[in-house]
Design a protein around this ligand. Sequence first.
Ligand code: NAP
Length: 298
Amino acid sequence: MKLIDGKEISSIIKKEIAAEVAELIDAGKPAPHFAVILVGDDGASQTYVNSKEKSGKEVGFTTSVYRFPASITEKEVLETIKFINEDDEINGLLVQLPLPEHISEEKVIHAIDPSKDVDGFHPENIGKMVLGEATCIPATPSGIMELFKRADIETQGKNCVIIGRSHIVGSPMSILMSRDSNPGNATVTLCHSKTENLKEIAKQADILIVALGRPEFIDASYVKKGACVIDVGVSRVPDSTRKSGYKIVGDVKFDEVSKVADAITPVPGGVGPMTIAALLQNTLRSYKRQEGITQSCK
Ligand code: NAP
């Protein structure tokens, strides 16, 4: 069984980005700069934003985090986005989701300048992704594609089953895996909560990508022998043996599925760090396009 080590692969990507940033700065260019908007005090969101900020600094980016209380109005968030859109010194902007209920995620995502949308959620960028045009691709699916590339996982001609159809993970993942590209060129089935015979379908998969947000839902009975399993799920479950009182688990029962699969991502240390690496890649691409170094967000 091969453990697909997202932590290690992401640290290689970060070193590559850091080397490129150092070269740009030596050449007299400004450092790439991304901004994050964080609303409210959700613990998981704060952890994600802190690690995005830390990783950005590690590679030599400038980072700005705009922290607001949950009571902020939608209008104020939209005004902040407009301000960042108009700031030529900021190359990338992401708004940490989820947002409080009184703020429309749709309005917020639509308000981001597509050329700064390093999360790749703006409809213009989603449209370009579907058409196979160069753009910023949502960070989690982009990070998974990078894992396939760098861990030498063959996807061409394979049967790929994706469980979960969210706009940020499952749906874009299905587009990327069915593209005429490498990685890609897979035959894709996209499953969701209304899928009948989920287990039988999952068992057909050479590549099983799980993103449903249910801790350890997928056990060995869902997995074909020799499959490659990508576990996107991140859930906190109570664990009295830990100081924090919880542990992080994925959507897959790692202990039993790792005995059946040929390759598997761990949680933590699999897809999570790759999402951040992909966000940094997206920021560097946006920066290069804005600086006229490359023509497109390739
Ligand atoms: P989401 O928006 O809640 O979507 C969950 C999807 O799973 C939906 O499409 C839902 O179907 C489907 N689903 C739920 N229960 C199911 C069942 N019993 N059988 C089949 N399908 C089922 O979740 P998300 O935002 O994609 O996130 C999924 C997980 O990935 C979460 O644990 C999240 O924390 C994690 N995540 C991790 C990263 C990372 O970087 N590691 C990034 C993003 C998300 P319906 O559409 O029919 O409701």
